[in-house]
Design a protein around this ligand. Structure first.
Ligand SMILES: [Zn+2]
Length: 164
């Protein structure tokens, strides 16, 4: 994990304290993720206290890497022009599309959401992410999230998490 210079693209996209994260809690990232410093601790805690115990229960092994679909990205929500800025534009969001275990087995959000042991693992870690993160989206949320989990720390006046 290394500290990056402040990001400010002058169009609303900005990350005051960005880090480039290559792994977290011993879990390797498929590509370095640029995250606001506030995201680092919740992602670490979710990996360590939710994802690893769930993988241990479901498969008897640890998750060694995750496929990162997106992190910091200067774009409106769902890439829709005119839409509100995505939390990705603040480095405040992480998209994960797959989890790889020690044995090499890969559990993908797109392919394994359906059911069985893999699906139960995915449902459990998604469910537990709600509250640890302010927003949790995935298959069933809308057509943009069928192949990944979106986790972010959007601040809402209600203080309530949005998980669907
Ligand atoms: Zn996302």
């Amino acid at each position: 994990m290394s500290r990056l210079g402040r990001i400010n693209e002058g169009n609303g996209c900005q990350v005051p304290n960005p880090y480039s994260v290559r792994s977290i809690a011993g879990v390797h990232f498929s590509q370095p993720a640029t995250l606001n410093c506030g995201m680092v601790a919740p992602v670490h805690d979710w990996m360590e206290n939710t994802v690893q115990p769930a993988a241990g229960n479901a498969f008897g092994e640890r998750v060694v890497s995750v496929d990162i679909a997106a992190s910091y990205s200067c774009r409106p929500r769902n890439n829709k022009r005119g839409a509100k800025m995505s939390e990705h534009g603040y480095g405040n969001a992480l998209d994960i599309s797959a989890f790889t275990l020690e044995s090499g087995k890969k559990v993908t959000v797109l392919g394994d959401w359906g059911g069985g042991k893999d699906g139960r693992f995915l449902r459990e870690i998604r469910g537990e992410a709600c509250g640890q993160f302010a927003t949790v989206l995935g298959p069933g949320s809308d057509r943009h999230h069928r192949d990944h989990f979106h986790l972010d720390l959007q601040q809402r006046r209600s203080g309530k998490a949005y998980c669907r």
